[in-house]
Design a protein around this ligand. Structure first.
Ligand SMILES: Cc1cc2nc3c(=O)[nH]c(=O)nc-3n(C[C@H](O)[C@H](O)[C@H](O)COP(=O)(O)O)c2cc1C
Length: 371
C-alpha cells in the first residue's frame, strides 16, 4: 500500500514525500513583479518544513496578465535573478520548488494592467465587472509563445518544475468554458476547439523545456457555473493532456464568480469552512480516467485523510495551501507524532488581506477566530 511519506517521481523530479504546497499568491513582489527579501524569507521558512514540493504563487506571463498587486511576474528575463533567489532559499534546505505561470485574462482590473483586460470573448465576470477585449487569433499565438518563454525562465531560474495555471477562472480556464469562450474560430466551439489554446500552450512549453523537464498543470474539475467548464469536459481535457505527456494534474475547482455549489461557497476553490477534501468525489473520477499522476487539493486538513487519499488511490499526491500559511512546519509536527488536524480554520483572512498586507495567517493575531 502506498504511504503518503513514500517518495514519488514526476518525470525526472524525485519527491521525498507526496505532500505539495499548493501555489499561493503572496502579495509580496515589487511593482514590477520582482522578488523581494520578504518573499525570500517566506520560502526559506516554508522550505524547512519537509514538504515534498513547494509551488510558489502564480506569476504572470505577459504584462497584461497581472491579476493582483504584489503578484510575481515572469514575463521578462529581468525576473529570473530574483526568482533564482527563491530557488536558492529552497535548495538550502534540500527542498524541491516549482513555479506556477498564469495569465489572469478578464479576472483583473484596468488599473492593475494599465489597459482593458483581455479574454477569449468580450464577456464580463460578475466579480470584476469589466468587459474584456476579445483576443485576436494572432494574440493567442503570442500568448502561447509567452507562456513557453515564461516556462523557459522557470527552468533557467533553477526550479525543479513548472505548473500551468488553468484553474480558478484565469485565462486558460476562460478558454475552456462555454460561457467565457464564445469564439467561432479554431479557438472556440466544442470542447476540442475551446481546449486548443491550452493544448497548444502545453505543446509549446514541452517543446521549449524538453521531454525530461517536469510540466504540471492545475485544472478545474468544474467551474460550478451555468455554462462553465463541466466535469466530463474537464476529464476529457485531462485525458488528452495525460496522453500528451503532462507530468501531473492538480485538480481544483471554481472561479471568482462561483458562489455556491450544493449550498457551499467554493469561490476560486477556496471555500470558507466546508467538509474536508471537498473536491475529492470529483478528483477520484480524474484519477480513474488518466494515467498521469493526480494531485488532490481543496480543504484537506488531517494526516488521516491525506494518508487515505494515497492509500485508497483517490490521488497520488496531496496538496494544501492555507494549512501551510498557518503552520509552515505542519508536516514536521505530524511526523513528530502530534497528528492533530491542521490548525487552519479556513477563515480566509489570508486571502482577503494578502493583497495589501502580504501573505500571513491572521488567525494568529486574533484567537477569537480560531473557534
Ligand atoms: C491566500 C491564497 C492565495 C492563493 N493563491 C493561489 C495561486 O497563486 N495559485 C493557485 O493556483 N491557487 C491559489 N490559491 C488556491 C490554493 O492553492 C488552493 O487551491 C485552495 O486554497 C484550496 O486548498 P486549501 O484548502 O488547502 O487552502 C490561493 C489560496 C489562498 C488562500
Amino acid at each position: 500500500m502506498t504511504d503518503i511519506f513514500q517518495p514519488i517521481a514526476l518525470n525526472r523530479m524525485r519527491l521525498p514525500n507526496r505532500f505539495v504546497r499548493s501555489a499561493t499568491y503572496e502579495g509580496l513582489a515589487d511593482d514590477n513583479g520582482c522578488v523581494t527579501d520578504a518573499l525570500v524569507e517566506l520560502y526559506d521558512e516554508l522550505a524547512g518544513g519537509e514538504i515534498g514540493l513547494v509551488v510558489i504563487g502564480y506569476a504572470y506571463v505577459q504584462p497584461n496578465g497581472r491579476g493582483a498587486p504584489g503578484m510575481l511576474g515572469i514575463w521578462s528575463d529581468d525576473h529570473i535573478e530574483g526568482l533564482a533567489r527563491l530557488v536558492e532559499a529552497a535548495h538550502k534546505h534540500g527542498a524541491k520548488i516549482a513555479s506556477q505561470i498564469v495569465h489572469c485574462g478578464r479576472q483583473t482590473f484596468d488599473a492593475l494592467i494599465d489597459g482593458t483586460p483581455v479574454a477569449p470573448s468580450p464577456v464580463p465576470t460578475r466579480k470584476f465587472g469589466v468587459t474584456p477585449r476579445e483576443l485576436t487569433a494572432s494574440e493567442i499565438r503570442e500568448l502561447i509563445e509567452d507562456f513557453a518563454s515564461a516556462a523557459a525562465r522557470v527552468k533557467t531560474a533553477g526550479f525543479e518544475a513548472v505548473q500551468i495555471h488553468c484553474a480558478h477562472g484565469y485565462l486558460l480556464n476562460q478558454f475552456l468554458a462555454k460561457d467565457s469562450n464564445r469564439r467561432t474560430d479554431e479557438y472556440g466551439g466544442d470542447i476540442e476547439g475551446r481546449a486548443r489554446t491550452l493544448f497548444d500552450t502545453y505543446a509549446k512549453i514541452r517543446e521549449t523545456v524538453g521531454k525530461d523537464y517536469p510540466v504540471l498543470i492545475k485544472l478545474n474539475c468544474a467551474d460550478f457555473l451555468p455554462d462553465g467548464l463541466e466535469v466530463e469536459e474537464s476529464i476529457w481535457v485531462a485525458q488528452r493532456l495525460s496522453e500528451m505527456g503532462i507530468d501531473a494534474i492538480e485538480i481544483s475547482g471554481g472561479t471568482w464568480d462561483t458562489e455556491a455549489d450544493e449550498g457551499k461557497s467554493i469561490q476560486k476553490g477556496v471555500p470558507h469552512r466546508s467538509p474536508e477534501g471537498y473536491f475529492l468525489p470529483h478528483i477520484k473520477k480524474f484519477k480513474q480516467a488518466v494515467d498521469a499522476p493526480v494531485i488532490a487539493v481543496g480543504g484537506i486538513r488531517t494526516l488521516d485523510m491525506s494518508r487515505r487519499i494515497v492509500e485508497e488511490g483517490t490521488a497520488d499526491l496531496v496538496s494544501m495551501c492555507r494549512p501551510f500559511i498557518c503552520e509552515a512546519n505542519l508536516l514536521k509536527r505530524w511526523r513528530g507524532g502530534d497528528t492533530s488536524p491542521a490548525r487552519c480554520v479556513s477563515c480566509n483572512q489570508c486571502l482577503a488581506r494578502c493583497a495589501g498586507e502580504g501573505l500571513q495567517c491572521f488567525k494568529k493575531e486574533s484567537p477569537a477566530r480560531s473557534t
